[in-house]
Design a protein around this ligand. Sequence first.
Ligand code: ACO
Ligand code: ZN
Length: 158
Amino acid sequence: MQETFTLRKFMPDDLQAVMQINRVCLPENYTDMFFMDLHQRFPETFIVAEENGDIVGYIMNRIEVGLSNLGLGGLVRKGHVVSIAVLPKGRRKGVATALIKAAMEGMVQYKAKQIFLEVRVTNNAGIDLYKKSGLEVTRTIGGYYSDGEDAYVMSKKL
Ligand code: ACO
Ligand code: ZN
């Protein structure tokens, strides 16, 4: 099928649109400073999707250093998907899949060796999306979310 969307890097002018998508799609919301900090530190992995001139989705990430949970040995750089969302009108067209692929390419530019994220254990759409992108459940964190729900940690080597 012909793709109807395009991807590009986040620009500061996109801030209000991205914050609005975040508020509509997820209960985990952040300050404008938080979004701008991730853009300034990791511009290659903060990506938006546009459809007919409107932003319909975003992915933002942080590069962290930590112990590998995938047997990569010792301390490694990891790409952490902090937040991804696509507006309802833009869903089931491959937008999120494309955003993850582009973010993984950016993570490699920052020398990250693996990608990981947390997802609610009841978020079937998210879990399926990540499995299709090659991530696997590597851990469960009890009571991770502020309402008490557990999180799966999902990870993949880059
Ligand atoms: N039900 C079941 N499976 C789904 C669904 C759904 N509603 N949506 C996506 N999937 C799975 C399917 O396997 C799909 O492949 P298919 O369409 O060929 O069947 C695959 O994911 C890829 O779908 P995309 O079209 O790439 O995903 P989309 O652009 O629709 O975005 C997303 C998916 C981001 C989960 C969207 O539904 C959304 O914004 N949800 C609310 C916010 C959210 O849950 N974000 C993730 C939180 S975790 C975190 O941010 C780290
Ligand atoms: Zn996280």
